[in-house]
Design a protein around this ligand. Structure first.
Ligand SMILES: NC(=O)c1ccc[n+]([C@@H]2O[C@H](COP(=O)([O-])OP(=O)(O)OC[C@H]3O[C@@H](n4cnc5c(N)ncnc54)[C@H](OP(=O)(O)O)[C@@H]3O)[C@@H](O)[C@H]2O)c1
Length: 246
């Protein structure tokens, strides 16, 4: 993938950063998109540029601002001259028990997990057609099997899975579109969402009996981008086998 340029949303930390490092290690130029994590984005970008001069830049955007989405793609192309892949990784995640859901929660969860990936892909499409590129959407195993207490998040990820298949049709044959669906990889920041008993139960439901790592997601993204020319419209569950008996 030497010289390929990849825009990764929410790339400053956690899984997004691991994807950025993995693809950079494979020779890609990386656009590190961030919203609040400015310092982490700058630190990562500097580290990548120290490894290979001029191989990374960081760009700010709130993905809930639909006008910022085309601008993010335009700025990426202006910086590197072309775009080969879009990784829709950014996501908000919080519980929305039925009866508590308001429009702000809808806007946030649907906006970051579904609406932004669509408008980013639409803006990127002409560039990706030109480069015969790819889109990778990071979904969730709970797109297909919803998790109690998280109906909006699960519906948004289900939409993203549907969008993956629809975009694979719309953008064929020039652009491949696939999804990676993580299982338990990194617990949410803040640590309030799952207590230790819930975490243990989730891990016990994997076949492999341990959590995955961000690198498990990153290496799957790399596979889909670099080594899967005949795969499109698909989802790969990276979940230690959890969906085999959910
Ligand atoms: N972690 C897991 O175990 C797990 C399990 C299943 C699925 N997934 C999926 O895998 C992906 C990565 O997971 P993660 O845990 O690393 O994600 P995360 O830390 O929860 O979120 C990634 C980034 O998304 C960005 N983001 C959220 N809302 C945004 C908005 N409105 N505009 C711009 N950026 C926004 C944030 O960027 P800033 O910090 O810069 O604001 C955040 O750092 C996500 O799509 C997630 O749904 C993860």
């Amino acid at each position: 993938m030497i010289g390929k340029t990849v825009l990764i949303t929410g790339a400053a930390k956690r899984v997004g950063r691991s994807i950025a490092r993995e693809l950079h290690g494979a020779g890609c130029n990386i656009v590190v998109h961030y919203r609040h994590a400015a310092e982490a984005a700058r630190t990562l970008t500097e580290a990548l540029n120290e490894e290979r001069s001029g191989s990374a830049c960081c760009l700010h955007a709130d993905l809930l601002d639909v006008r910022a989405l085309a601008a993010l793609v335009d700025q990426s192309v202006a910086h590197f001259g072309h775009l080969d892949a879009l990784v829709n990784n950014a996501s908000s995640f919080f519980p929305t028990p039925l009866g508590t859901i308001d429009e702000a929660a809808w806007t946030d969860l649907m906006g970051s997990n579904l609406k932004a990936p669509l408008f980013l892909a639409q803006a990127a499409a002409p560039h990706l057609r030109e480069s015969h590129g790819a889109v990778i959407n990071i979904t969730d195993i709970h797109a297909e099997r919803p998790m109690a207490g998280y109906p909006l998040y699960c519906a948004a990820k289900a939409g993203l899975l549907g969008l993956t298949r629809a975009l694979a049709i719309e953008l064929a044959p020039d652009v491949r579109v696939n999804a990676v669906a993580p299982g338990p990889i990194l617990w949410p920041e803040g640590g309030d969402d799952f207590d230790s008993a819930e975490r243990a139960e989730i891990v016990a439901h994997t076949l492999l009996k341990h959590e995955g790592s961000p690198h498990d997601i990153a290496r799957t993204v790399r596979f889909l981008l670099a080594d899967a020319p005949y795969i499109t419209g698909q989802v790969i569950n990276v979940d230690g086998g959890r969906t085999a008996h959910l």
